[in-house]
Design a protein around this ligand. Structure first.
Ligand code: GRF
Length: 203
């Protein structure tokens, strides 16, 4: 399965996917890494791994529609079958989401449906939650609202700051994202409306 990864920043999730793709039985290959920011460190990770890396800057386009059309052209031009958002900090248009319906994944650092949007770690701390975590989900037109595929739960410890909690969550991100991509690549994972099927069973 050919996978395109969209990033905006450091790309630690991208690195986890690069490492997972190197396994003999991975079943997927990264065909492109695309960033909307030219200085994203993830682009260096891609180049170091010999993966085609491209910049499509939102600043070069007048509106979201034309930016998303350029993204689609780049993604499809690399032959991607699955599109993985890994810290990609742009809101995508309904047209983009529809184009990749059922083959567009995101990772969001909260136990969705809790804490959609930004600053999730601080919000979990402020709420006094005992547990926090991360969700991999199919992307639909509702921001951070698509059906979940897999979650990982971490404890919130006394004295945690948002930064400490983020690190604990990120360690889990780096195992569940490759897991979901392997499932998809193996033909085991399917979005059916608002539901997700793994090996034909509802999740
Ligand atoms: C991760 O925390 C992810 O959950 C969120 O953006 C961050 C990306 O980090 N969507 P990285 O660029 O993969 O290090």
């Amino acid at each position: 399965c050919q996978v395109a990864v969209l990033i905006s920043g450091s790309g630690t999730n991208l690195q986890a996917l690069i490492d997972a793709a190197a396994a003999e039985d991975a079943g997927f290959e990264l065909c492109a890494v695309i960033s909307n920011k030219a200085d994203a460190y993830g682009l260096t990770r891609a180049r170091d791994a010999g993966i085609p890396a491209a910049v499509v800057s939102h600043r070069d386009y007048a509106d979201r529609e034309s930016f998303d059309r350029a993204l689609i052209e780049c993604i499809d031009g690399h032959g991607a079958e699955l599109v993985v958002l890994a810290g990609f900090m742009r809101i995508l248009t309904p047209g983009f989401v529809r184009h990749y319906s059922g083959r567009l994944l995101n990772i969001h650092p909260s136990l969705l449906p809790k804490y959609q949007g930004l600053n999730t770690h601080q919000r979990a701390l402020d709420a006094g939650d005992a547990e926090h975590g991360v969700t991999v989900h199919f992307v639909t037109e509702e921001l951070d609202g698509g059906p979940p595929i897999v979650q990982a739960v971490v404890p919130v410890e006394p004295g945690d700051t948002a930064g400490i909690l983020a690190k604990r969550v990120q360690q889990r991100e780096h195992s569940i994202y490759p897991l979901a991509v392997r499932w998809f690549a193996g033909g085991r994972l399917r979005m059916d409306g608002e539901r997700v099927l793994l090996d034909g069973e509802l999740l």
